[in-house]
Design a protein around this ligand. Structure first.
Ligand SMILES: Cc1ncc(COP(=O)(O)O)c(C=O)c1O
Length: 395
């Protein structure tokens, strides 16, 4: 029996490999930064989501050290048993206060990962009446939202990417008692920003809640780095916000900010909050420093640097058939098309000392394989010039 399972898996993987879809991991042996030691080679990376370069910032690293000496290495139990620490509380209070301009009676809840936060959110919101709940989900939403919607047992309606007309019609036709419109704030593989003001207007018109996953907007958008809500200046009692803390914030984890009743409901019912060991308090302690940096003058300077880098990267002259997507965020995709071509291009860049990942199906739709170039405030204009020259040579 077990040998037949092994054989099946091997055959599946051969088939995946033949389609150019086998995934491989590379190993870093240095801090997360733009200059990294990867598989034993010094590389210039355009690969991480550490958009502000805070992951290796000395102040954040020192705060992590301090957190470890205050709280030890691990939390020891789930939040509802004994794992809930003062550092978690301080972090949640800080985040709730920051979101006060955007949400009504805000409270925040810290999660170990964004994936878990999304599963928690959609499952718990639908749990009072899954049969009477409908989730309206953008076709390009992140896998964690897709999985959260599936697991919630609510009815799921996928609308074409950012298609307000189709969504409006679906909301109008819906008989559901609870309606949740769910969208990435910044789409992770395309870099575009969801039309949130228009989506929110539709939600308000049809009595729906709007759930925004701002994994790639938090820290990056808005004057103070608070993400898409700040970028558009939105405030509504119908908003539920999810931000992650392992990308621009440079550490790990995630949070949901919403009306205090929604948050209390998550504490009572969200399975990925309740049935898991709380993340180490030292991480929450380090996040207190990184959030201060991200929302303060340091963050503003780093976002301005990111904007300069992005301008330098726009207007790549590339092979006919390739397409540089129009994006005002640090996610700068170059759509190549076939798996083979994108892998060849990534290999050619690697040979020139540049690390940029080839993203293929099912992460993106088949036939739209791409280089997902990501910028960090730690890049220099010379780094971007090096990437442009390498791309020109590989083209
Ligand atoms: C849009 C989006 N949502 C959620 C997540 C999950 O966040 P985390 O990595 O903290 O689990 C990611 C990426 O990982 C993401 O890109």
């Amino acid at each position: 029996m077990s040998t037949s399972l092994i054989k099946d898996l091997q055959q599946q993987m051969q088939a995946i490999n033949a389609q150019g879809l086998l995934r491989r991991r590379r190993t870093t042996a240095s801090a997360c930064d733009v200059h990294v030691d990867v598989d034993g080679r010094p590389m210039l990376s355009f690969n991480s989501n550490d958009y502000l370069g805070l992951a290796s910032d000395a102040r954040v690293v020192e705060a992590l050290r301090e957190g470890a000496s205050l709280y030890g290495a691990g939390s020891g139990a789930s939040h509802l048993i004994s794992g809930h620490s003062k550092a978690h509380v301080q972090l949640e209070d800080k985040l709730a206060a920051l979101f006060a301009p955007h949400l009504e009676q805000p409270r925040a809840l810290h999660f170990s990962t964004g994936y878990m936060a999304n599963l928690a959110l959609l499952g718990a919101l639908a749990s009072p009446a899954p049969q009477e709940t409908e989730i309206f989900s953008d076709a390009l939403n992140h896998a964690s939202l897709i999985d959260g919607a599936r697991l919630s047992r609510a009815q799921v309606t996928v609308y074409p990417h950012a298609d307000l007309e189709t969504l409006g019609q679906a909301l109008k036709n819906s008989k559901a008692k609870i309606k949740l419109v769910v969208t990435d704030g910044v789409f992770s593989m395309d870099g575009d920003i969801a039309p949130l003001p228009e989506l929110l207007a539709l939600c308000e018109q049809h009595g729906a809640w709007m759930v925004v996953d701002d994994a790639h907007g938090f820290g990056v958008l808005g004057e103070n780095g608070l993400g898409v809500l700040a970028h558009f200046g939105l405030r509504s009692p119908q908003l539920i916000y999810m931000g992650t803390l392992g990308k621009a914030a440079g550490v790990a984890g995630a949070f949901v900010a919403a009306h205090q009743t929604v948050i209390e409901w998550l504490v009572q019912r969200a399975r990925t909050y309740i049935y898991t060991t709380a993340s180490p308090p030292a991480l929450a302690h380090a996040l207190l420093t990184s959030i201060d940096l991200l929302t303060g003058e340091e963050g503003r300077v780093r976002r301005a640097n990111l904007a300069d880098l992005r301008l330098q990267l726009t207007g790549l002259s590339v092979k006919p058939g390739w397409q540089q997507l129009d994006s005002v965020t640090p996610i700068q995709p170059l759509v190549i098309g076939s798996n083979e071509d994108v892998l060849n291009l990534a290999d050619a860049l690697w040979a020139q000392g540049l690390w940029v990942s080839a993203i293929r199906a099912p992460t993106v739709p088949a036939g739209t394989a791409r280089l997902r170039i990501t910028l960090s405030a730690s890049h220099s204009l010379a780094d971007v010039a090096q990437l442009k020259a390498a791309l020109a040579q590989a083209t």
